[in-house]
Design a protein around this ligand. Structure first.
Ligand code: SAH
Length: 344
């Protein structure tokens, strides 16, 4: 198996059957081998610098009904909220003071925010914080809408593909949503000129090694600038409430494989990873991640942006999150940097 990992490093990809073999048979030894290699690649590239992005969860209204997600339309227990432009700008101001130079605006697919409103929001943030990057993560839109947001100044877009296997996609989503459309959106975003992030949940219901190998092959095909992966974590008010959460070890192994595949990729240690393990973020970084996305949303809405149960960092002020993060990173020999942290 070490030979496969070495070859992945040389070629950036393996055959589907080889990925399946690796993912079905890896143990502690392989995880350590891949982890060490991935960490070395990351430090060769980024040194001990970790890029930070301030995450602003600006709406939890959503027109979609993804089966795994706590803010899906049909969850009537979700307490819905929206942030105003002023509230969002306040978050950015707080974030700027704390050293953030990237703001990630994430939300459900909420028709209340028209394209014009998003354009205005992006322009306003860019005007006030001209040295900052803006990442949007607001789901599937038309190519024209994506273009408008880009022209207004949005730099990056996160749209996890969720799973690259058609059949699996169908088990996680209602029939109105399709993998082909999601992939088309990612291609459009790339062509427009965004730095693009795809990604998937690890251990989502019905996922197997074949699905994961297709995820890795899709990453190779798309060549995104970022990849967001985190464990699936069940949410009580979804039909997957009783499904087991994704495994820490498998998530870490996949982070390492992705780093080995694509040396300079932007790879976050996600909040979901921190949720299933008290040192999840640190473990993610030691497995090859180089980005963290602490929460910048106002404290009173954080609990309401509940994609899954037990999400960490919902009780803290932005400044507390920031300090806690710095201490955690320092404890493993890393530090955050104050710049946009673009893909190079
Ligand atoms: N509406 C936007 C943002 C979605 S929320 C979009 O469509 O892209 C961001 C990510 O959270 C999703 O892409 C999904 O991968 C993840 N997520 C949702 N529910 C989850 C759960 N139960 N466990 C872990 N991750 C989850």
């Amino acid at each position: 198996m070490k030979e496969l990992i070495d070859r992945l490093e040389r070629n950036g990809v393996l055959e589907k059957e080889e990925f399946i073999f690796l993912l079905s048979n890896f143990g502690e030894k392989e995880r350590e081998y891949a982890g060490n290699k991935a960490r070395k690649i990351a430090t060769d590239f980024f040194g001990n610098d970790i890029y930070i992005r301030g995450l602003i969860e600006f709406t939890n209204y959503c027109k979609n009904d993804c089966y795994y997600c706590g803010i899906r339309k049909s969850n009537c227990n979700a307490q819905r909220y929206r942030l105003s432009k002023e509230q969002i700008l306040d978050c950015c101001e707080t974030g700027y003071q704390l050293g953030y130079r990237t703001f990630v605006l994430q939300g459900g697919e909420d028709g209340y925010y028209s394209d014009e409103m998003i354009v205005e929001l992006v322009s306003a943030i860019k005007k006030k914080f001209s040295d900052c990057a803006i990442t949007l993560s607001i789901g599937e839109k038309s190519r024209e809408s994506y273009k408008k947001f880009f022209d207004a100044g949005a730099d990056r877009y996160l749209l996890r593909h969720e799973t690259a296997n058609e059949e699996h996609y169908g088990k996680l989503h209602p029939k109105e949503l399709s993998l082909s459309h999601r992939k088309q959106c990612l291609k459009n975003l790339r062509e427009i000129g965004y730095q693009v992030g795809c990604g998937f949940m690890v251990g989502s219901p019905y996922q197997n090694a074949e699905c994961l190998s297709e995820d890795l092959l899709f990453i190779h095909e798309l060549q995104p600038h970022m990849v967001g992966i985190g464990p699936f974590v069940p949410h009580l008010d979804t039909k997957f409430a009783k499904e087991p959460q994704g495994s820490l070890e498998l998530t870490l192994f996949l982070l390492s494989l992705i780093r080995i595949m694509k040396k300079n990729i932007l790879l976050p240690a996600t909040t979901a990873l921190a949720t299933i393990d008290p040192r999840g973020r640190e473990k993610g970084i030691l497995a090859g991640a180089n980005v963290v996305m602490p929460n910048l949303s106002p404290q009173n809405v954080r609990e309401k942006y509940s994609l899954y149960d037990g999400k960490v960092c919902t009780g803290e002020e932005a400044a507390e999150c920031r300090n806690c993060l710095e201490e955690r990173l320092n404890s493993i020999g890393y530090r955050t940097v104050i710049h946009r942290g673009d893909y190079v």
